[in-house]
Design a protein around this ligand. Structure first.
Ligand SMILES: Cc1cc2nc3c(=O)[nH]c(=O)nc-3n(C[C@H](O)[C@H](O)[C@H](O)COP(=O)(O)O)c2cc1C
Length: 211
């Protein structure tokens, strides 16, 4: 069934809201009142040097991650870059899950509409949702085709309740010469939950369903 990937609880899932990244010296953790409001991060403000050296790169389908990306960009005066596939993904949720699954299993990299260029950035916030307990294919394409060596990457990740899966390991593998610091992780609404709620309501409300 098409929806099963999004429903699967992957082995090694991080606890909700947990920090599941590499060990991090507190000096490298970011601060700033607005960022702390969304994340609880604490420490010295690495990003206070301004927008030019800080970028926010994100992928989002249903806007959970987009909301966080906007907040980070505002907080740091950073440029905001959205990653989009060259060919749009399906609107329908079940078709989307199949699409994501096919690309996850593919040896090819998904073509992107445009690729954010982080040249000159020292600190890059990298935001994405979890798809099928993994890094989404468009984010994989971005990381595989972008030289992030020497940069500090701050992942911010949303998921529907099953944790990070192997996404951070994938990210580190695709950006081996970058320093990947402790991520911000947030459980967010999942489209599947909304669809299930609607289906349950329809079952319990025969008056609206033709008999
Ligand atoms: C194709 C697809 C696969 C998903 N797979 C998972 C998953 O394996 N585990 C999980 O916890 N959530 C999964 N989700 C839910 C999303 O990670 C979650 O809703 C996320 O916050 C969506 O972010 P966005 O609104 O920025 O797109 C999946 C969602 C989609 C569309």
């Amino acid at each position: 069934m098409a929806g099963r990937l999004a429903d699967r609880a992957p082995a090694g899932s991080a606890k909700l809201g947990s920090a599941a990244g590499t060990t991090l010296s507190r000096r490298k953790i970011l601060s700033g009142a607005a960022v702390m409001a969304v994340s609880g991060w604490a420490g010295r403000a690495v990003a206070q040097q301004g927008g030019g050296r800080t970028r926010v790169v994100f992928l989002s389908r249903s806007s959970n991650t987009r909301m966080l990306a906007g907040q980070l960009a505002r907080s740091f005066g950073a440029d905001l870059h959205e990653i989009r596939p060259r060919d749009p993904w399906p609107e329908d949720y079940e078709e989307m899950v199949d699409w994501a699954s096919r690309w996850r299993q593919s040896d090819s990299l998904l073509p992107l509409e445009s690729r954010p260029d982080p040249t000159g950035a020292e600190l890059v916030f990298v935001g994405f949702p979890i798809w099928g307990a993994a890094l989404p294919a468009p984010m994989r394409s971005f990381l595989a085709n972008t030289d992030l060596s020497g940069k500090t990457l701050v992942p911010f990740v949303t998921h529907g309740g099953f944790g990070l899966g192997n996404a951070l390991d994938e990210l580190r593998g695709l950006a081996p010469a970058a320093e990947v610091i402790q991520p911000f992780v947030l459980r967010c609404d999942q489209e599947r939950d909304n669809l299930n709620a609607l289906t349950a309501w329809l079952r319990e409300t025969p008056a609206v369903v033709p008999q």
